[in-house]
Design a protein around this ligand. Structure first.
Ligand SMILES: Cc1cc2nc3c(=O)[nH]c(=O)nc-3n(C[C@H](O)[C@H](O)[C@H](O)COP(=O)(O)OP(=O)(O)OC[C@H]3O[C@@H](n4cnc5c(N)ncnc54)[C@H](O)[C@@H]3O)c2cc1C
Length: 514
């Protein structure tokens, strides 16, 4: 007998009592009769002080359950000489496009400007030591793209985009904990992601794919409105049946290449703001209402959305027990982002806190270039405020609300260090106003959230792409150029790891080879 049950447990019981025992008690049967069980969904209900763990579990009693073959995720196949496809960029979109091409018997040739994960770790360590950005190997560029040292939150559950289960199972097969299959807020952690990415790389190579690191696409080869291949490192040409452009949203260089080729780019709304940093203990206290079960619960999260005069102002990419990292890709700019390890055990909690930006905010007929320039100017301005390598401008939120320069700053997880800066003076008016109004509102509703020690660090400007590379809805090809497939976050069709990976799969399925 296979049965699905819903259990509501207190956090202590969930942590300390074996689930098999609890299930047997619930079903009023001997424990030995339970041959297997599988958690389908786990969430924490923290709306009231009596915090509950809510579980949906499939339990098998008195029989051996057949393993469903479709549960097996990626089974590499050798390319069947069905053609070659170049993939520019080895982020989640490029990686999952490669796997899907292999599944179709098509050989992927991945071109990645950054280094492999091992060298990338060294490059990042050197970046901290020298206080300077490496422009091709950093938190955004290199094997695994921006996904490698990301927080690894996989919250997207929108099944409209594709087969999320398959995506998650593939990650588990590559080494992720199987908890991502049932947690309501699945999270991998930046310490675990590199090995997962490395395993996927091995599958691709073993299945006959090719991967080139330190190899930058510098041009597209276009003849008679058809993409025939790419130029790399400004000299060598590689030809293929199709090119998937999965270069992420941090590579302004790629947008320049398209622009200079006369290919259309569209302006797109996005969001910018700051990163907020709290002490994790405070967030636990607030979200778990001082519950006595705190020690049995994971570091608490929050999600805040305010509508300020019809405009979204919201928390973004919250990292409980995490740190703020320098995520810029160009010298003399500052961009911050957040990450956490699988254990989420830092004493800090951070989150982007961003304002929705519409194209008409920038100019009445804003172009893609206008949007990119707005984003770039903010990042350059953030650098000017601190003017010291990777150091970032920062201000106490309370001081920001009182138009006051912070004379001291609380401790932060941002390793390069912060410099006191008057955000109330230099942030564009739209951001200043909307952030102020949102903070004031939150202060009334959640006074603890805006306490003396809450720090804002800038600038959070890479939430999603400010441009879109237009593609045909049915064929997924660029609207002007055949065999060129814009893909993932940089093309404006995804935001985050899951949706980028799913877009990669969808594009790989759409690639047409004559
Ligand atoms: C610190 C941090 C934390 C994050 N945390 C999360 C999170 O918890 N959850 C989540 O969903 N998202 C998170 N993100 C965002 C997520 O990583 C991105 O949305 C996702 O990686 C986008 O995937 P992509 O494949 O479209 O592009 P990318 O991951 O940006 O990959 C693009 C790749 O293309 C390469 N490339 C660019 N131009 C060229 C060229 N000319 N030639 C060759 N190669 C090129 C780049 O080097 C890069 O490796 C985080 C990002 C950062 C930086």
């Amino acid at each position: 007998m296979i049965t699905i049950i819903q259990l509501v447990l207190n956090p202590k019981e969930y942590k300390e009592v074996p689930l098999q025992k609890i299930l047997a008690r619930y079903l009023k049967i001997d424990e030995k009769r339970i041959t297997s069980f599988r958690i389908i969904r786990k969430s924490i209900d923290a709306r009231k002080p009596e915090i509950k763990i809510v579980l949906r579990i499939e339990v098998t009693v008195d029989e051996i359950k057949n393993t469903n073959i479709s549960n097996v995720a990626f089974q590499p196949k050798l390319p069947l000489k069905n053609g070659n496809v170049i993939i520019v960029g080895m982020g989640p979109a490029g990686l999952f496009a490669s796997l899907q091409l292999l599944a179709r018997g098509i050989k992927p040739i991945i071109i990645e400007q950054g280094n492999d994960v091992h060298q990338r770790k060294r490059d990042i360590a050197l970046m901290y030591r020298t206080n300077t950005v490496n422009e091709i190997s950093n938190y955004c560029f290199g094997e695994g793209g921006a996904g490698t040292f990301s927080d690894g939150k996989l919250y997207s559950r929108s099944v409209k985009r594709g087969n999320i289960e398959w995506f998650l199972q593939t990650l588990v097969q590559a080494g992720a904990s199987d908890t991502i299959l049932y947690e309501s807020h699945p999270h991998i952690g930046s310490d675990k992601l590199p090995i997962i990415i490395e395993n996927i790389r091995k599958w691709i190579l073993n299945a006959g794919g090719e991967i080139y690191f330190s190899c930058q696409m510098t041009d597209l080869i276009i003849e008679n409105d058809e993409c025939k291949g790419i130029t790399v490192n400004t000299k060598d040409k590689i030809y293929a049946d199709a090119v998937i452009l999965a270069s992420g949203h941090s590579s302004r260089y790629v947008y320049d290449v398209l622009f200079h080729k006369g290919l259309s780019l569209q302006p797109k709304g996005f969001a910018v703001g700051v990163r907020l940093e709290h002490k994790q203990d405070l967030i636990n206290l607030m979200q778990y209402h001082g519950s006595s079960y705190i020690k049995y619960l994971p570091p608490a999260e929050y999600a805040i959305v305010e509508q300020i005069n019809g405009r979204g102002v919201y928390s973004f990419c919250m990292c409980p027990g995490g740190s703020i990292v320098p995520a810029m890709t160009e010298k003399e700019t500052i961009v911050v982002n957040g990450m956490s390890s699988s254990k989420r055990n830092s004493p800090f909690a951070n989150s982007g806190f961003v304002v929705e930006i519409r194209t008409e905010d920038i100019a009445q007929q804003a172009t893609a270039t206008d949007m990119l320039s707005f984003q770039h100017e903010l990042e350059k301005n953030a650098f000017k405020q601190a003017n010291d390598g990777l150091k970032a401008p920062a201000q106490r939120v309370i001081d920001f609300l009182h138009n006051k320069v912070s004379t001291s700053l609380p401790k932060t997880s941002y390793i390069p260090g912060v410099v006191s800066s008057p955000f109330h003076e230099w942030l564009p008016l739209l951001l200043r106003e909307k952030l102020t109004m949102a903070f004031q509102r939150i202060q009334k509703r959640m006074p603890l959230f805006i306490n003396d020690d809450v720090l804002m660090i800038g600038i959070e400007s890479r939430t999603s792409s400010p441009v879109r590379i237009p593609r045909n809805e049915n064929t997924f090809e660029h609207v002007q150029i055949k065999h060129l497939y814009p893909c993932g976050e940089g093309a404006g069709y995804a935001g985050g790891i899951t949706s980028s990976a799913l877009d990669g799969i969808n594009v790989a399925n759409a690639v047409y080879i004559e």
